[in-house]
Design a protein around this ligand. Structure first.
Ligand SMILES: Cc1cc2nc3c(=O)[nH]c(=O)nc-3n(C[C@H](O)[C@H](O)[C@H](O)COP(=O)(O)OP(=O)(O)OC[C@H]3O[C@@H](n4cnc5c(N)ncnc54)[C@H](O)[C@@H]3O)c2cc1C
Length: 406
C-alpha cells in the first residue's frame, strides 16, 4: 500500500468527489484534500436515485445506513405506464440477491450525508481550479483565488465542464440529446393518501414523466423529459414556469392522476440534457478523472452518480494495491482500463433508454418498445445492479499481476 503520507488532491466537491474522498481515505489510506469552487457544499433541490450497485459500494465504505435514513426506499418495484396510466411493465428496483434497493435521495441530503463522513479540515471551499500540470515534485494545482499546491496525484471530479479533463488531453464535444427535463419536488403531504410510494414513469407522445419518493417520503421527486430545440443560450439549466410544464401534459390524452400531481408543483427548473462520446483516455501520469468529468451520461438509467460511486471504489482499490507514489500512474491506468469499458456501455445504454421512454427512432413501434423495456429490466438487474465495483477491481488486479509475472 502507498504510504499514509501520500497526498491526493480531488478537484470538485460534488457527489463523485466526496465519495472519492471517503473511499481513498478508508480503502487506500491516503491523505486527501477536496477543492470545491462554490462557497458551500450543496446541490440543486431535486432528487437522485442511488442504485443498488452504488449502495453496495456505500455499504463497504460504512456510510450506507446514514444515507438510507436520509432517503426513501420505495415500497416495491417501479412501474412503466402508458400516457393514460395503464401498466406497461414493472421496473427493476433491487439487485438479484434482494439485498440492495434503489434509494431516492434529495440531492442536498446526499451531499450532507457524504460530507459528514469526511474530516471538514480536508475540504477547501471557494477554490476554483484554473490549471493543473505535472511538475518534478508531483502535480501542481492552481486556483483562481491565487492558491496553489503540489500533490502526489490529482483526481478530477469536476463534472461535465471539467478543467482537469483537458490536462489528460481530452476535449469532448457536448452532445445535445434534443431533450430538456423539468425537475423539482412536490410536498408528499399534499398528495392523496393512496399515492404509490414507488417509482412511476408515464410514457407517451415523445415525452415522459417520472416521479419517486425522497427524504423519508416527505417529498416526491419529478423529472419530465420534453423534446426541445429551444436555444440554450450558453446555459444548460435555469428556472422555468410551472404552466409551461403543465401545458406539455395537458389534454385528455394524459392520465388525470398525473395531471393532478402536476397541479401541485409550485416551482420547477429546466435542464438541457447533454452527454458526450466516451473518452479515449482518462489519465495522464498521476492525473485521472472520475464521475461526470470522465463519463457524462444521460439520466435515463439513473446511473450518473452511481457510476461516480463505482469509480471511487475502483480507484481506491487500485491505489491501495500500489506500493509507492511512483506506482500511482500505473494504478490510474489500470483503474481507467477497467472503468472505461463499463461506463461506455452505460453511456450508450442511457441514450437507448431515453429513446425507449420517448418512443423515438427504432422504438417508434410501441409493441417493440414495450418488449424491449421488459428485456431491459432484467438486464438492468443483472448487469447494472448486481455489479460489484470492489470485486471487479480485485479480479482485475489479479489478472494484471499474472500478466506482469508471465
Ligand atoms: C435530470 C437529471 C437526473 C439525474 N438523475 C440521476 C439519478 O437518478 N441517478 C444517478 O446516479 N445520476 C443521476 N443524474 C446524473 C448525476 O446528477 C451526475 O452524474 C452527478 O451529479 C455527477 O457527479 P460528479 O460529482 O461527477 O459531478 P458534479 O455533480 O457535476 O460535481 C462536480 C463538482 O465540481 C465542482 N467544480 C466544477 N468545476 C470546478 C473547478 N474548476 N474547480 C473546483 N471545483 C469545480 C462543481 O461545483 C461541483 O460541485 C441525473 C442528472 C440529471 C441532469
Amino acid at each position: 500500500m502507498v504510504s499514509h503520507a501520500t497526498r491526493i488532491g480531488i478537484i470538485g466537491g460534488g457527489m463523485g468527489g466526496l465519495t472519492a474522498a471517503i473511499a481513498l481515505t478508508r480503502i487506500a489510506g491516503v491523505q486527501v484534500t477536496v477543492f470545491e469552487q462554490a462557497g458551500a457544499l450543496g446541490e440543486v433541490g431535486a432528487g437522485v436515485t442511488v442504485a443498488p450497485n452504488a449502495s453496495r459500494v456505500l455499504d463497504r465504505l460504512g456510510v450506507l445506513d446514514r444515507i438510507k435514513s436520509a432517503g426513501a426506499v420505495p415500497d416495491g418495484h417501479g412501474v412503466y405506464l402508458d400516457a393514460m396510466g395503464r401498466m406497461v411493465t414493472d421496473a427493476a428496483w433491487e439487485d438479484s440477491a434482494k439485498r440492495y434497493r434503489n434509494i431516492g435521495m434529495y440531492r442536498p441530503d446526499l451531499i450532507d450525508a457524504l460530507a459528514q463522513a469526511i474530516d471538514p479540515e480536508t475540504i477547501r471551499l471557494g477554490h476554483r481550479l484554473s490549471a493543473v500540470e505535472t511538475v518534478d515534485s508531483g502535480v501542481r494545482v492552481t486556483f483562481e483565488n491565487g492558491a496553489e499546491d503540489v500533490f502526489d496525484a490529482v483526481v478530477g471530479a469536476d463534472g461535465i465542464h471539467s478543467v482537469v479533463r483537458n490536462a489528460v488531453g481530452q476535449f469532448p464535444e457536448p452532445v445535445y440529446s434534443g431533450y430538456l427535463v423539468y425537475r423539482g419536488v412536490v410536498d408528499a403531504s399534499l398528495l392523496p393518501a393512496d399515492w404509490p410510494m414507488i417509482s412511476q414513469v408515464w410514457m407517451g407522445d415523445s415525452r415522459h414523466f417520472m416521479c419517486y419518493p425522497l427524504q423519508q417520503r416527505k417529498l416526491i421527486n419529478f423529472v419530465a423529459g420534453i423534446p426541445s430545440d429551444r436555444p440554450l443560450h450558453g446555459s444548460w439549466s435555469g428556472p422555468a414556469e410551472v404552466e409551461e410544464l403543465a401545458a406539455e401534459f395537458a389534454g385528455d390524452g394524459w392520465d388525470p392522476k398525473l395531471q393532478q400531481f402536476i397541479g401541485l408543483i409550485d416551482r420547477t427548473f429546466w435542464w438541457g440534457l447533454f452527454d458526450h462520446e466516451p473518452l479515449t483516455n482518462w489519465s495522464r501520469g498521476a492525473i485521472t478523472l472520475l464521475g461526470d468529468a470522465a463519463h457524462t451520461m444521460l439520466p435515463h438509467q439513473g446511473q450518473g452518480v452511481s457510476q461516480a460511486i463505482e469509480d471511487s471504489m475502483a480507484l481506491a482499490t487500485f491505489l491501495a494495491a500500489a506500493e509507492e507514489a511512483s506506482d500511482i500512474p500505473e494504478a490510474f491506468r489500470r483503474y481507467a482500463a477497467v472503468r472505461m469499458q463499463r461506463t461506455a456501455i452505460l453511456q450508450s445504454g442511457s441514450r437507448r433508454a431515453g429513446a425507449m421512454f420517448d418512443a423515438q427512432d427504432e422504438f417508434a413501434d410501441l409493441a417493440k418498445r414495450d418488449a424491449d423495456i421488459r428485456v431491459g429490466r432484467d438486464f438492468r438487474r443483472s448487469a447494472v445492479f448486481d455489479y460489484d465495483a470492489h470485486k471487479v477491481a480485485e479480479q482485475a488486479l489479479t489478472r494484471f499481476r499474472k500478466v506482469q509475472f508471465a
